[in-house]
Structure formats: C-alpha cells, structure tokens
Ligand binder design. Structure first.
Ligand code: NAD
Length: 501
C-alpha cells in the first residue's frame, strides 16, 4: 500500500478490520478455500483518490475457472447444498445477510477505497441494500412451486410441473457497483439453489474477496460461491464460453454484453444481459425546476456519473429550461469533490486514468461539436482521478455527448417545445435502460410512461430501486431482469413430469 493511501486512511480513519484486510495478501475463493491464482500472477489495484498502488489481486487463469466450475458443479449435485432443504437454505441466506449487515462499515470502506465512491451512499445503498435484497430473495427459497395439469381422462395419466435450479451460474459483474451488482445476481441464484462462479471486474475485486470470508464464517458449503479474480478478456471470456456453465448472468457494457450473448447463442445456454444506458429525463412545461435539478444533480453526478441508469440527458420544456439550467448551475458548483472516505463527499474520483481520459475526450468532442459548456469540463489539479461535474447545453440530439454513454459526470440539457417532440427526442437512442418524466399532470405522466422505450420509467423521481421491482433494459440495454420475482425465472427451469396410471 502506497504511503499516500496510508496518509489518506490516517485522515479519515477506517476500522481495524478494513486496515488488516487491505494489508493482507489477497486470494481467490474456490471450493471454500482461499487460493492463489494457478499462474501466481497478480493484477495491481490502483486506488482512485490517490492514483497509487493499493494492493494486488490474483490474476486467475482458465485452469482456475475450470476448478471453480468443477467445485460449483459438485456442490450443485453432490454436496451439502444439494441436500439442503429449502427452509435451511433460507435460514443460511438470512444469516449471511446478517453478517453483511454486521460488517457493513468494513465492506463499505473497502468498496469506497477500491472504487472511489462516496462512503455514505455506499454503505446505505450498495452494502445494506445488498443485505436487504438477500433477505428478500431468501424468502423465495420456500415458495417455489409448479402446477398439476389435467391432460387426460381421470385415471389415465397424471402430469405436473416443478421448478428446479438452472444449475451452475457464471456471474460477470462491473466495477461501478462491485458488491451490489454481484448481490443482484447472487441473492436470487442462491435462493433457488444454484451454485455460482463469480468474476468481479479486475479493477474492483476486494469487496467480493472480503465477502468470501463471511460466506466461510456463516458456513456456506464449499463450492456454492466461487470467486475468481482476473481479466475479462481472458477468464471473463472463458467463463462466458465455458461448456459446463448452465447460465451466464452478465452486467457490463453493451459491446462486451454482445460478445457474451454471442457465446451463449453458440452454447444454446440462457443468458441475462444488463448493459449500458443513456437515460433521458423529460421535464414537461409544468415541472418544478428545483425538484428536477436536484434529482438530476443526484442522478448524473452520484457515483461520479458511473451509473448505468444515470439521467445523463435532460430534456426541458422551453418554459422551464432557463430555471432548470440556473438551478443546476448553482447546485453543481456547490458540490464537494473529495475522496470517497470524506463523510461530506458529494462526488469522488472516477475509477481510473483511462476512464478519466475517455470522459475528457467526450467533453472535448462536445465542445467541438458545438455544445455550450456551462460548468466544469476539466480534470482537477490534484492527485487522483478527479474530474469536475460537467454541465452542457445543446440543441442537437445527434451529438455524441447526447447519444453515447459517457459513464462519467457529464450532463447535457436540451430544450423542446411540445410533448410529442420530447418523446421523439427521448426515444431517439440505441439504449432503453431507464428514463423519467416530470409533470404534475397525471394523465400526461401515464401516457408518456407507456410511450417511453425503457425498462424502468420513473415519474417525478429518478434512480429509485427496490428489491421487489425488476430492473433491466430494452433495446441495446440488454434483456432479462435483476431483482423482483421476475428474476427467479432466470435461475430456474421448468420440468414437466408425466405419470401413466
Ligand atoms: P465491461 O463490459 O468492460 O466489464 C464488465 C465485466 O465484464 C467485467 O468483469 C469485465 O472484466 C468483464 N469482461 C470484459 N471483457 C470480457 C469478455 N470479453 N468476456 C467476458 N467478460 C468480459 O463494463 P464495465 O466498464 O466494468 O462497467 C460499466 C458498464 O456496465 C457500463 O456500460 C454500465 O452502463 C454497465 N452497467 C449496467 C448495469 C445494468 O443494470 N444495466 C449496471 C451497472 C453497470
């Protein structure tokens, strides 16, 4: 750990547990054991607020993936997990959720240091939200059912269906919500009895490796959860193409999602793809400028804009446009940009130097394409991958900063004059993850919520999630749902049984 990180930890303070964990050698978790990568190679982990070396994680090999898949297969078919009754599985998952809650401070600190995000929302949403989802899904362990079907005259045949776990799940997750996105897959998959191989993003594996300790602590049988760290281009690709994986659940970018989907197509195995977005916020003529500015500021700058559903393009009716821009300028300029461990941090650094360079090049492109830069636009003159929250106004829906996912703290505001124009502009995008409509008129809100081409539509809010509501996109934002009862379908398969009497 570089001295700059030690100094930062000294300023903000972390639990002794966090400190011990960060100083310890990091190992993958396979078949209930902590192991080094087969090739003994490691990947450097760079802490985003100082841009210095934090630790190293094992760079898993294809043989490591094979070992993890074999362990998961054994646990599914022959281990204690396979014999565990649903009620016992539910109790175990509730115990795991309690352990997450008890270690929420440590998990939150590890996540914040690894990713750069603000500590308060991280503990509240990423970690405790993950524990809540696990509890919610645990309840379904005892509620899976099938149906009896009448297929003949009585006395000839009986027939019924039941749902069984789909099998060994390969879960590939991104770096923007490392713990939470893994939990979005794990909670449902475990509740129905699947076993898993999880591949965290190579930038942010630490919260999953700490979580593995909790799995051991509560007595999750070996092989149920396996965590293999390493690069997407090698082990991620290998896992997505693995012949002994029954289902892949992927969250990440659309280009990688397309490759994962192609692999699933070749293998004829089911896949869920939670991909990128460029979510519109539409403020109609009666919207409250203060409320929409506050929601937009939160949505697009929270997590430094590295949010799949970030409201990164805001369409404001000409009658509220100036007020919305004024409010946004004031709110944006008052934000505190600081390391995520600072309790007052509004926005931390972005994940890496390459992410920052990509965001800055989008900002340059926006300027050269004719958008008006209203606030921000620069990297901060300090160590770490900090960048100013950036606000653009534009009048062309075809600009790259309006059409493409920047995945950084960049907002573009556009003006419209009629509801029809707003809906046309909002839907004119390859993505369809989420969107929001702002109005006091309930009829218009309901009409446009149906017209918006997005997997989630919020009315007078943006970015709310709940365990009981499915999340997942339309168009090039992918298919399938995480969370809500809908997700259970993705991790189970229906078997039809016939009995001749
Ligand atoms: P990414 O696609 O680069 O990586 C995601 C994961 O895939 C990582 O674990 C990575 O190592 C792995 N990977 C990379 N190449 C691979 C390959 N060839 N085969 C298999 N796996 C591979 O995405 P990212 O940069 O980590 O995350 C940001 C993206 O995730 C954004 O586009 C964001 O919108 C999206 N995202 C979507 C949701 C959602 O719910 N729809 C949620 C969070 C993030």
């Amino acid at each position: 750990m570089d001295q700059a990180i030690k100094d930062m930890l000294g300023v903000y303070g972390v639990t002794a547990d966090t400190d011990r964990f960060l100083q310890s050698e990091q190992r993958m978790f396979v078949n209930g054991e902590f192991v080094a990568a087969g090739g003994n190679e490691t990947i450097d982990v760079i802490e985003p607020a100082t841009a210095t070396h934090l630790t190293s994680v094992p760079s898993g090999t294809t043989e490591d993936v094979d070992g993890a898949v074999a362990a998961a297969r054994f646990a599914l078919r022959d281990g204690d997990w396979a014999k565990m009754k649903p009620a016992a599985r539910e109790r175990l998952l509730l115990k795991l959720a309690d352990a997450i809650e008890q270690h929420a401070q440590t998990l939150g600190e590890i996540e914040t240091i690894d990713n750069g995000k603000a500590i308060g929302p991280c503990i509240e949403m990423d970690i405790l939200g993950g524990a809540d989802l696990l509890r919610y899904m645990a309840g379904f362990a005892t509620k899976l059912d099938g149906a009896t079907r009448q297929v003949s005259i009585p006395g000839e045949h009986m027939a019924w269906t039941f749902r069984e776990p789909v099998g060994v799940v390969g879960a590939i997750v991104p770096w923007n919500w490392p713990f939470n996105m893994a939990m979005w897959k794990m909670a449902a998959a475990l509740a129905v009895g699947c076993t898993m191989v999880i591949k965290p993003a190579q930038q942010t594996s630490l919260s999953m490796l700490y979580f593995a300790r909790l799995c051991q602590e509560v007595g999750l049988p070996p092989g149920v959860i396996n965590i293999v760290t390493g690069r997407g281009s090698t082990i991620g690709d290998y896992l997505a193409n693995h012949p002994d994986i029954d289902k892949v659940s992927f969250t990440g970018s659309t280009p990688v999602g397309r490759a994962v989907g192609e692999a699933a197509g070749r293998a004829l195995s089911p896949v869920t793809l939670e991909l990128g977005g460029k979510s519109p916020m539409v403020a109609l003529d009666d919207a409250d400028p203060k409320a929409i500015a506050a929601a937009t500021r939160w949505s697009v700058y929270f997590n430094a804009g590295q949010v799949c559903s970030a409201g990164s393009r805001l369409y404001a009716h000409s009658s509220v446009y100036d007020d919305v821009i004024d409010e946004l300028s004031q709110m944006t300029s008052a934000m505190k940009i600081a390391p995520g461990l600072d309790p007052d941090c509004d926005m931390g650094p972005v994940i890496s130097d390459s992410a920052r360079r990509s965001i800055l090049s989008y900002i340059e492109q926006g300027k050269s394409e004719g958008a008006e830069l209203i606030y921000g636009g620069n990297a901060l003159d300090r160590d770490g991958f900090f960048i100013e929250p950036t606000l653009f106004a534009a009048d062309d829906n075809n600009l790259s900063i309006v059409q493409e996912e920047i995945f950084g703290p960049v907002l573009v505001v556009l003006k419209f004059d009629s509801d029809e124009e707003a809906m046309r502009l909002a839907n004119d995008n390859i993505y369809g993850l989420a969107g929001s409509i702002w109005t006091k008129d309930i009829s218009r809100a309901l009409r446009y919520s149906a017209q918006l081409e997005a997997g989630t539509v919020w009315i007078n809010n943006h970015d709310i999630v709940d365990s009981n509501m499915p999340c997942g996109g339309f168009k090039q934002s992918g298919f399938g749902k995480d969370m809500g009862p809908e997700q259970l379908q993705h991790f189970t398969r229906t078997k039809a049984v016939w009995l001749t009497l």
